[in-house]
Design a protein around this ligand. Structure first.
Ligand code: NAD
Ligand code: UDP
Ligand code: UDP
Length: 323
């Protein structure tokens, strides 16, 4: 039986969340030992319940804003609420999760010499005036608006990653993730895909913010996880940042119409005001990911939506049954 450090022991922070739980599934499927660390702020034990009996899997309740001492050789740092209603509920905690969380995880990586990957975000580009967004674009973020706790926290985390890399020679990987969707999104997280599907399945009004002409590019979760795993496996010299997302660009109104058609819903579209600082357009330039990771998304929006609708249909029906 191999003992640490001769086998791969991976730490996934935020591992009980939407993306984190799919990453844990993937790593366990690859035969890797996983410590899943989460404070269950927006994630839930249910997302990883099926892994709890696996001897390669360990679940730890912990908040990354506090230090932790573990022996690992790879860290995926995903801990941070990601949907606007969740990250704006306690904005100070959001910044702390990104910044103090990054410091602690980088400190852990420095002590164990683990390679560490940061789940950064397309939000570092803010409301972009360059389209599509390449990694070389520095962004246009309002530092004092309601989205800043998330955007600036993630920007500062990137700064910390690159400074630990330069100052302490850490092996870092920074992924800039664009809107990703799929099963295990929280039905009430307020994100556009989960909102529209939940509303359509209940034949409730579809809440379209603004005139719906703003665009987003939606990546299906399994594609995204493949990109993260490939990035972690790159040679030491590859640090990123690397955009990971699906370049297919849709207006939010098109998304609403697709969801209505795919669910066969009787919902109608209701227009509501656009939230402040809502980016007008977002589309990844994935040239770098194609070149360095040999990666591109495979699941088209219609197919991904079908799979996500199936999941929501099941969990919402189970929720109604249990009252
Ligand atoms: P999520 O909210 O489902 O997952 C975040 C997880 O982190 C949750 O399980 C939550 O409980 C946990 N968490 C939050 N604060 C924590 C803390 N202080 N200590 C420990 N655990 C904490 O969101 P997600 O969509 O799975 O996002 C995962 C990561 O990917 C986040 O860092 C997010 O910023 C990033 N990301 C996601 C998207 C997307 O579209 N889903 C896009 C860009 C970036
Ligand atoms: N840290 C941690 N786990 C470790 C090593 C460090 O949580 O295994 C935390 C530690 O508490 C510190 C932070 O990571 O606050 C940054 O560590 P670093 O070594 O860079 O800084 P220093 O300890 O010198 O402040
Ligand atoms: N949006 C919407 N109705 C909703 C939720 C979101 O029209 O019920 C819009 C939102 O204004 C934004 C886009 O959909 O333009 C994506 O929103 P989300 O919160 O999913 O992600 P982000 O803005 O962080 O990309």
């Amino acid at each position: 039986m191999l003992r640490f450090p001769d086998y791969v022991q991976v730490l996934v922070t935020g591992g009980a969340g939407f993306l984190g739980s799919h990453l844990c599934d993937r790593l366990i499927g690859d035969g890797v030992a996983v410590i899943c660390l989460d404070n269950f702020y927006t994630g839930t034990r249910r997302n990883v319940a099926h892994l709890l009996d696996n001897p390669m899997f360990e679940l730890v309740r912990h908040d990354v804003t506090f230090p932790i001492y573990l022996e690992v050789n790879q860290i995926y740092n995903l801990a941070c609420a990601a949907s606007p209603i969740h990250y704006q509920f306690d904005p100070v905690q959001t910044t702390k999760s990104s910044v103090h969380g990054a410091i602690n995880m980088l400190g852990l990586a420095k002590r164990t010499r683990a390679r560490i990957l940061q789940a950064s975000t397309s939000e570092v580009y803010g409301d972009p005036d360059l389209h599509p967004q390449p990694e070389s674009y520095w962004g246009r973020v309002n530092p004092i608006g309601p989205r800043a706790c998330y955007d600036e926290g993630k920007r500062c985390a990137e700064t910390l990653f690159f400074d630990y890399h330069r100052q302490h020679q850490l092996l870092i990987k920074v992924a800039r993730i664009f809107n990703t969707y799929g099963p295990r999104m929280h039905p009430n997280d307020g994100r556009v895909v989960s909102n529209f599907i939940r509303q359509a399945l209940g034949n409730e009004p579809i809440t379209l913010f603004g005139d719906g002409s703003q665009t987003r590019s939606f990546c299906y979760v399994t594609d995204l996880i493949e990109g993260l795993v490939r990035l972690m496996a790159t040679p030491d010299a590859v640090t990123g940042p690397v955009n990971l997302g699906n370049p297919g660009e849709f207006t939010v109104r098109e998304l609403a119409e697709k969801v209505i058609a795919l669910t066969g819903s009787r919902s109608r579209i209701e227009s509501l005001p656009l939230p402040p600082d809502d980016p007008k357009q977002r589309q990844p330039d994935i040239g770098l990911a194609r070149k360095t990771l040999g990666w591109e998304p495979k699941v088209a929006l219609d197919e991904g939506l079908r799979r996500t609708i199936e999941y929501f249909d099941r969990v919402l029906a189970a929720g109604r049954k249990s009252g």
